[in-house]
Design a protein around this ligand. Sequence first.
Ligand code: SAM
Length: 193
Amino acid sequence: MAEGVRRRRKLKPVEEAIQFSLEQKDKNGLEGRFISHLKGRGVFSCTDFEKGDFLLEYRGDLISKEECERRQRIYHDALKVFMFEFRYNGKLLCVDAARDDGSLGRLVNDDHINPNSRMKTIRVDGKPHLCLFATRSICPGEEITYDYGDSEWPWRCTTLSVVEPSTLEVNTLSESEDTDVEEDIHNEIKPGD
Ligand SMILES: C[S@@+](CC[C@H](N)C(=O)[O-])C[C@H]1O[C@@H](n2cnc3c(N)ncnc32)[C@H](O)[C@@H]1O
């Protein structure tokens, strides 16, 4: 087959995650949008994604536990929420995405009930990268969410209020098979830490 006609092999999700991690770019088909003053911004799909697809990297500075603790002492609460602590090869590490570099990963919101993606670590050049993969098919217009992990996140407080005798409404008060995939992870920080 002539060089120009040769088809590019479709990358596996983890290969795509590695490529985007190396290029430090977000893929097309996703956009950041303002949702509300309580929730802030979020990331929305503008295309169809399939279960297992790579979506985004949670980009930031990869730092040690000690450096994370040092930054937490000087950061305002609004910045601390961008510090994603995780365990890798038995060590506590952190990706600090406090600096707004325009990347989308840092804008993905929490949903512990019906998330559509999951955070995993992938190894690129010996270093862990935090990447989100779709856990089900995602339609255009859907918000991308993942489970931040067990913690007393303030927005998870809910109340039940009776709307009609038989109708309950939930009101939110505040708002691998591949060898490079290490493990599913959760954010281990607690709000205000
Ligand atoms: C990593 S940031 C996500 C992006 C954030 N929404 C923004 O605009 O910068 C985490 C913060 O987003 C907000 N957040 C995340 N998930 C939420 C949810 N389900 N409901 C309300 N606020 C949420 C909280 O303020 C949280 O501290």
